[in-house]
Design a protein around this ligand. Structure first.
Ligand code: NI
Length: 165
């Protein structure tokens, strides 16, 4: 268990595509523990392995609602999305910036969990936002690539996530 250094833009590793994980072994479990430690230390709600310099397809997230448990997804794939939402995002790899991004409102996902078991999830609202943000990291995409606008947190108001009607 360890907090690891965050890779920050413009580190070029953030633009690389992460590779699928073939076996969920003790090394992967240790990586996941370090990702969670690093995410919580930074008060983040999501982290992709590439953000600590590991090009493997694993992401963690926790929306920090009361009683929430971290969600760990290995080799995640989107099977279906419904409706759209928009709101403010930030990224632990891009300090002092925010942006308004459109994302699916509901996302059906299949993946492996931290024990290597196949799981299917339906993510709604903010968790769907966090998921797509982290999934993009696995493909070398940053939210700034998709943002309708970006701004310094002192210079503009954050937008709560709202479903588009
Ligand atoms: Ni990010």
């Amino acid at each position: 268990m360890a907090v690891r250094a965050l890779r920050l833009e413009p580190d070029e590793i953030l633009r690389k595509k992460s590779k699928p994980i073939e076996v969920v072994d003790d090394k992967i479990k240790e990586l996941i523990e370090d990702m969670l430690d690093t995410m919580y230390e930074a008060n983040g709600v999501g982290l992709a392995a590439v953000q600590i310099g590991v090009l493997k397809r694993v992401l963690v997230m926790d929306d920090m609602e009361d009683g929430s448990e971290p969600i760990v997804l290995i080799n995640p794939e989107v099977t279906h999305t419904e409706r759209m939402q928009r709101g403010t995002e930030g990224c632990l790899s891009i300090p002092n910036l925010r942006g308004i991004v459109r994302r699916p409102y509901i996302t059906h996902v299949k993946a492996l969990n931290e024990n290597g078991e196949a799981v299917e999830l339906v993510l709604e609202g903010f968790l769907s936002v966090v998921f797509h943000h982290e999934l993009d990291h696995l493909d070398g995409i940053l939210y700034t690539d998709k943002a309708i606008k970006t701004y310094h947190p002192d210079e503009d108001e954050d937008e709560d996530h709202q479903e588009e009607k």
